[in-house]
Design a binder for this molecule. Structure first.
Ligand code: HEM
Length: 520
């Protein structure tokens, strides 16, 4: 744009005078387009300036603010691997105006997941997304040391005695689902059919998690209006909500209403239990009702309600996605299905008596199937922290500035051939030759029990460090029992679709159809 060609008269209005400089004419749209082009050119030129070597390289992008939102959003792994080739293991990209620094490789896993409390904060990164959904005073709405105590309460409620009670409950719910769900209707004599697996697994996961962790009252409520509330809340737990925590949209309003009503449902359950003085059961509500902070204070009913919502949301998508991928891989490998059935017979007995918790640890191949599923399809592709104080990247001059988001992607090392040969082939048996670099023996306690000290492992589907998952054992019990029930009752076929990264967890794209028939 040459300002000498069209000198605007000082008598012209602002819009028409801007129009004189506009590449696209003097309409409002033309002026906007010109401004956009100017921004893009300015943004590109600024990226060609010599880089300050003490900060991470920035991924080239045309549009300011948007940055790499589309390329990252469509396929984060393609983005991570592609940019790693160009920029190395540590680089910054722009997304929605945020500067996000990725740290890849085992050292990157360590840097992010074992970051010092004074330097990184998970609560600041996540609270805009999670607090409207979980509610106040729990998880990322409290200081880190309170979260550590809350995790301890939950871990206490996830003991072996509870798991022993859960296995028959999960078996019962799954059988009931086969008999009565419209997808199977085995109870009405149907012997074969086709199922949208992702949808079915979401239902089975929430029924089994609610019947065990959440308690009988919540399970019963799911047959009524509680299910609609859950769906409204769930629609407020998406990448869009992470990018824009508060938009004036109906889905946001429904999220807020659902949160309050769900919390009230839990509070009514707690109140009723207190009034009737029922004897303790094995669910998490009971555990939390009996828990006390270090200062002797019991949790309020509201805190218990919000913790229960947090647990429901944390476990639901992660476990249902993992279960779906596992069953899809098994549907593509009939021999593996058969091997799992043989293992069931070997461990439980030839006539397949009801599965018990004690059997699960001996079902080695079943556990390898879950492990391998989590290697290829960890539900969470990106783990975030907010940088509170500059961080020096070990072994380099790079300093990650305060205000950046720091991102780990342990799924990258899990499909890196340097750590796992033929990483894109589902090989459950690879876990029988345990590689030394995967499991870290040294342990540490952040306040909620012992966890591995280091995070420099290529296999971390449950994260590491102070924010490590506390639901791992429950997830193994739930998934192991569900998959066993499928293997015992059905034979099925499926193909493994490509991943879809558009929701909070990595899901199979499309309907993930599976064809089944009852085992003789
Ligand atoms: C944390 C994965 C199931 C509760 C995490 C993290 C990961 C993860 C990667 C770390 C997040 C971070 O560092 O920012 C998974 C996977 C699951 C699963 C792959 C199933 C296959 C569950 C279940 C529950 C649960 C069933 C509850 C019963 C939690 C909680 C945290 C957590 C409370 C701690 C958050 C924190 O300290 O910041 N999970 N999870 N998860 N998960 Fe899980």
């Amino acid at each position: 744009v040459d300002p000498h060609i069209h000198q605007p008269s000082h008598k012209m209005g602002l819009v028409s005078s801007l129009g004189q400089y506009s590449l696209f004419g003097d309409s409002f749209a033309g002026i906007l387009a010109s401004l956009l082009v100017a921004f893009v050119i300015g943004n590109v030129l600024q990226q060609f300036r010599p880089r300050d070597k003490s900060t991470p390289p920035v991924v080239f992008h045309l549009f300011p603010w948007f940055g790499s939102m589309i390329t990252y959003g469509i396929d984060p792994y393609k983005f991570f691997f592609g940019m790693r080739e160009k920029y190395g293991n540590v680089y910054t990209f722009i997304m929605g105006g945020r500067r996000i620094t990725v740290a890849l490789g085992v050292d990157g896993n360590e840097l992010v997941l074992n970051g010092k409390l004074s330097q990184v904060s998970a609560e600041d990164a996540y609270t805009p997304l999670t607090t409207p959904v979980f509610g106040e005073d729990v998880v990322y709405d409290v200081p880190n040391h309170v979260l550590m105590e809350q995790k301890k309460f939950v871990k206490f409620g996830l003991g072996i005695e509870n798991f022993k009670a859960y296995v028959p409950l999960i078996v019962g719910e799954t059988k009931k689902y086969f008999e009565s769900s419209p997808y199977f209707q085995a109870g009405s004599g149907k012997t074969s059919g086709s199922v949208p697996l992702l949808k079915a697994m979401s239902e089975i996961t929430i029924y089994t998690a609610s019947r065990t962790l959440q308690g009988k009252e919540v399970r019963d409520a799911l047959d009524g209006s509680f299910a609609d509330l859950y769906h409204d809340l769930d629609r407020g737990f998406t990448p869009l909500n992470f990018m824009f925590p508060n938009l004036p949209l109906p889905s946001y309003r429904r999220r807020d209403v659902a949160q309050k009503k769900m919390a009230q449902t839990y509070m009514n359950i707690i109140k009723k239990r207190r009034e009737t003085g029922e004897t303790p059961d094995t669910d998490m509500i009971w555990s939390l009702m009996n828990a006390k902070y270090k200062d002797g204070r019991a949790l309020t009913d509201k805190e218990i309600a919000h913790m229960m919502i947090a647990l429901l949301m944390a476990g639901q998508h992660t476990s249902s996605a993992t279960g779906t991928w596992a069953l899809l891989h098994l549907g593509a490998d009939k021999k593996l299905q058969q091997d799992l059935l043989e293992e069931q017979k070997r461990v439980c007995g030839e006539d397949l008596p009801e599965l018990q918790y004690e059997h699960l640890k001996d079902l080695t191949l079943l556990n390898y199937v879950i492990r391998e599923t989590l290697r290829m399809h960890p539900p969470l592709h990106s783990i975030m922290r907010l940088v509170k104080a500059p961080i020096q990247v070990p072994g380099s001059d790079i300093i990650i500035p305060e205000g950046h988001f720091l991102m780990a992607a342990p799924g990258v090392t899990a499909v890196d051939p340097a750590h796992f040969p033929n990483p894109n082939t589902f090989t459950a048996d690879r876990w029988s030759k345990k590689s030394a670099d995967v499991d870290i023996e040294e342990k540490i306690d952040y306040g909620y029990g012992l966890v591995s000290k280091g995070a420099a492992s290529p296999y971390l589907p449950f994260g590491a460090g102070r924010h490590r998952c506390i639901g791992e054992q429950f997830a193994y019990v739930q998934l192991g029992t569900l998959i066993s029930a499928f293997v015992r009752e059905l034979e099925w076929e499926s193909v493994v679709p490509p991943p879809d990264y558009s929701s909070m967890v990595v899901l199979p794209a499309g309907g993930s159809e599976m064809r089944w028939k009852l085992r003789k």
